[in-house]
Ligand binder design. Structure first.
Ligand code: PMP
Length: 392
């Protein structure tokens, strides 16, 4: 298109450097095996940790809600788009999270943006781990607060940032609970202790810990027994919870304030009844079926041990996210393509999602994978890894 020639040029460059992403449509539902291009593949790329995307109870709840309340809400929450089920769900979630209140937003991404952009002003400072998720980075870009970045999970670096920021009104330290590209868990206990020492507030993004860590999947705060000591928890309903959305779990005042000031909350239409009803059912499933989380962790240990035994570099993962780090961007995509040939869907991830030279195939195992499927996946990794000289 005339005027956009520079975009076309940049796309060409991305293709040459192996940085161009194509979308890969699923022709099936999101399960441990999915259909892509007419071929059944073992799914190792979704965030559907517990298999809840297709859980019969969630599907039934969604169908019933659509039948009774319709397909959409027709308004933003603050005008005419709050249904009683939205508020019922938020109360249920607050009870689940052991916090005073919660607020649900369209996505985890917008929840981070709403918190960071609305709660902080120019008198404040936000102190953020360098590997925090893009939605935190974008949220920080939107605030008027000062910003400091500390080295990834480095408590000395965090302490320096805290010492250097004592003149601000409010200091908010923000960290991912589980880092999405490496699968490591933030040292939340140490972070809490430092923040208590320096009188700073803490915000945790629990996108990859919601439904995965803590009792019944309550998240990182519960996992480390820190209930009541973390001021703001953001989580997602789009991954282990199996549906869509983001939540902020904190005080009633934080909830009320974001309703007044959170731009994604104020200016974007609320979740359809199907989404809210399915999320509500999902939390009930977390309470009723703890064996799903047990199975997830059993599968995690099995796949991780298998990949490590084959000689792959799985970095410092401690969770169901297990990266297979290959470094070179093109190699990561080649590994992903070769795995597909051998029946496994595990996406290559490259810059800008991870640093240049840190490209990887990221695997995420779910509670739905059987041991047989995991053995098949490991056999595919062995063949592909040897073919591409990644392992010997
Ligand atoms: N935070 C983290 C750490 C994430 O990994 C993600 C999902 N990629 C999000 C926030 C955004 O969540 P959602 O997909 O619900 O927008």
């Amino acid at each position: 298109m005339k005027g956009f020639e520079h975009i076309e040029k940049e796309l060409e460059e991305m293709k040459e450097q192996g940085l161009f992403r194509s979308l890969i449509p699923l022709e099936s539902d999101q399960k441990a095996k999915v259909t892509i291009d007419g071929k059944e593949l073992i799914q190792l790329s979704s965030n559907n940790y517990l298999g809840l995307t297709t859980h019969p109870r969630l599907k039934l709840a969604a169908v019933r809600a659509a039948d009774e309340f319709g397909a959409g809400t027709g308004s933003v929450r603050t005008i005419a788009g709050t249904f009683t089920m939205h508020e019922e769900f938020e109360k249920m979630l607050a009870e689940f999270k052991h916090t005073e209140a919660t607020l649900v937003l369209q996505s985890g991404f917008t929840a981070n943006q709403a918190v960071l952009a609305s709660l902080l002003s120019k008198e404040d400072v936000v102190i953020s781990d360098e590997l925090n998720h893009a939605s935190i980075i974008d949220g920080i870009r939107l605030t008027k607060a000062a910003r400091k970045i500390y080295k990834h999970v480095d408590m000395e670096s965090l302490e320096e940032a805290l010492k250097a920021s004592k003149d601000y009104r409010t200091r908010l330290v923000v960290t991912d609970g589980v880092f999405s590209m490496d699968g490591n868990i933030a040292p939340l206990k140490e972070i809490v202790e430092l923040c208590e020492k320096y009188d700073a507030l803490i915000m945790v993004d629990d996108a990859h810990a919601s439904g995965v860590l803590g009792r019944n999947g309550r998240g990182t705060v519960d996992h480390f027994d820190l209930n009541g000591r973390v001021h703001i928890q953001v989580g997602t309903l789009s991954k282990a919870v199996g549906v869509l959305g983001g939540y902020i779990a904190s005080t009633q005042a934080v909830r009320d304030y974001i309703i007044q000031k959170g731009r994604p909350f104020l200016f974007s239409t609320s979740h359809p009844p199907t989404v809210t009803a399915a999320c509500q059912e999902a939390i009930q499933v977390l309470l009723d079926e703890p064996e799903l989380i047990e199975k997830l962790w059993e599968n995690t240990r099995y796949l991780k041990a298998g990949l490590e035994k084959l000689g792959f570099d799985t970095g410092k993962s401690e969770t169901p996210i297990t990266p297979v780090i290959v470094g070179d961007e093109k190699k990561a995509h080649e590994l992903s393509d070769t795995l597909k040939k051998y029946g496994v869907f595990a996406q290559g991830i490259a810059f800008p999602t991870v640093a240049k030279g840190q490209a990887r195939v990221r695997t995420i195992v779910t509670a739905e994978h059987t041991k047989e499927l995991l053995d098949e996946a490991l056999a595919a990794f062995e063949k592909a890894g040897k073919e591409l000289n990644i392992i010997s």
